[in-house]
Design a protein around this ligand. Sequence first.
Ligand code: IPE
Ligand code: IPE
Ligand code: MG
Length: 235
Amino acid sequence: MSDEYKIPNHVAIILDGNGRWAKKRGLKRSLGHKAGFDTLKKLSDYIFKRGVKILSIFAFSTENFKRDKEEVDYLMNLLVKKIHDLIKEDSNVKIIFSGRKDNIRDDVLNAIEEVEEKTKNNTEHTLNVCFNYGGRADIVDATKKIAEDYKNNKIDINNLTEETFETYLYNSIPDIDLLIRTSGEIRISNFMLFQAAYAEMYFPETLFPDFKNEDFDIALDIYNKRDRRFGGVKK
Ligand code: IPE
Ligand code: IPE
Ligand code: MG
């Protein structure tokens, strides 16, 4: 094995624990989301500085609509008001969104489209924001598009491979190398099921608002100790 320090190409974070962070302090859950957003701003910058090309974050799941209206509204408003703060003039980060675009407010949709448009020519890094996202829905929606293309004679079913299937997902991005979920929950809650197939997973106890740049360094050290075999046998 080479001793070279490996930087994962694609890091994904299920940012969890905002609610518990707030509760511990006797605050409303919404303040946990605010603190989580502040952490995300610093952390995403740092992760890109460390050389990671793609960062996916789970910001809102399709299932999160089950929460109280007050909390859902707060999260939607947070996106509308703050999403532009993720764009840094000098950072060359392309921001994309993965998720169902129906069923969300017009102002939220507009904010999403604006940010995508503003950053679409950036090439150095990609920030993939999974919003109103479900991993199964991603696969089902891709399958619908394939069926549609098949009906219109645009695809030869014999050419459908894992690689071509992947291009029908909400966004065509490489596999996840390192998947982090904060707050101690050891599950993936319907996140990027297709792309997580061979991800190395790390589940720190830290609640997301407390997750600091140094905690990401620890995640990188842990990643570097993993032996990725992809089904093969080590020589
Ligand atoms: C993650 O934090 C953020 C979202 C799901 C939007 P939670 O809100 O799930 O926080 P906990 O799990 O209740 O602590
Ligand atoms: C997953 O967290 C979704 C996001 C982080 C956006 P949840 O807090 O919604 O997941 P469960 O309910 O604990 O599985
Ligand atoms: Mg949670």
